[in-house]
Design a protein. Structure first.
Length: 299
């Protein structure tokens, strides 16, 4: 059974302030940012975090004092009772990036800025300003090839580069373009909404389109012109093409990054053309005779 009082080095009668002070001391000594790549220190930090998450909460401490860590409903891996998540699995290295934040532990909020602020400059870090959210609508073609959009934030105008292949609903973060705050400016979040296209849809890095094909073209084949996102393309319909067959045009799909950086010279997916063979609803007498001739030949 875990002894959280022993872990923090305090008596069972220790006050909340004494528990907090003891945890501060251990956290200062074993914090991952001060003991990088030290598995022993990391383990001690997690143990201290787990102990603090229980002893700093009146209800959890009362249950722990009654039943210990082996008591009913207690989950030592989570650092609390009834599945309440503790500090053990939290990545505290993110703390320095955001200027402090609140962490909720079973209904009780811990201000980590208050606890760890002294490690990084002697006091609680001032908070950054709030983020500003802006919606931008793109055509389907713009979403495929990428585009630069001018965004107005008050009197300030920004040119935001939207990468190729972006999905509708995705957000782009522009650092330092949000509201002013004591800890600096927040961020600008550009939320992208893509208009549907009547001819094309995206599946992964491929573009898909439906192509009506005449019965005669399906039977004997033909080269046809289609309007793609790259402009006019000639596509060969092979003889004997079936309804629902997929014709692939390589390199005419969605651009995507290679080697982690978009240079404009990366690879592209393919254009997939789904054939829809059109069956005539009415036939002239001459056409009927020709069909009968084909039938007599076993076609």
């Amino acid at each position: 059974m875990k002894d959280y009082y022993k872990t923090l080095g305090v008596d069972k009668t220790a006050s909340k302030d004494e528990v907090k002070k003891a945890f501060r001391k251990l956290a200062h000594e074993f914090h991952p940012d001060k003991t990088k790549n030290d598995p022993v220190a990391s383990a001690k930090f997690k143990e201290a975090s787990e102990a603090y998450s229980v002893l700093s909460d009146d209800n959890k401490r009362k249950q722990y004092d009654m039943y210990g860590s082996a008591g009913p409903g207690f989950n030592p891996g989570q650092g609390g009772f009834n599945g309440a998540q503790g500090f053990g699995g939290f990545d505290f290295s993110q703390f320095q990036q955001g200027g402090g934040f609140q962490f909720n532990q079973g209904g009780m909020e811990f201000d980590l800025g208050d606890i760890f602020g002294e490690f990084f400059g002697g006091g609680r870090r001032p908070r950054k300003g709030r983020s500003i959210n802006v919606d931008v609508q793109l055509t389907f073609k713009e979403s495929i090839f990428g585009v630069e959009k001018e965004i107005s934030i008050g009197k300030e105008k920004l040119l935001v580069k939207i990468p190729p292949g972006i999905e509708t609903g995705q957000g782009l973060r522009v650092g330092g373009k949000g509201e002013e705050g004591a800890g600096g400016r927040g961020d600008l979040i550009v939320r992208v909404w893509v208009k549907e296209d009547r001819a094309f849809r995206k599946e992964g890095f491929d573009l898909v389109m439906d192509l009506p094909v005449k019965l005669t073209t399906a039977l004997i084949g033909e080269t046809v012109e289609i309007e793609s996102l790259d402009g006019q393309l000639e596509v060969k319909i092979p003889a004997g093409t079936s309804h629902g067959e997929i014709l692939r045009v390589k390199g005419k799909g969605v651009p995507y990054e290679t080697h982690g950086a978009w240079s404009g010279q990366g690879r592209r997916g393919d254009l997939l053309i789904v054939t829809h063979v059109s069956m005539p609803k009415k036939l002239s007498k001459e056409a009927q005779k020709l069909i009968q001739d084909l039938k007599s030949q076993g076609l």
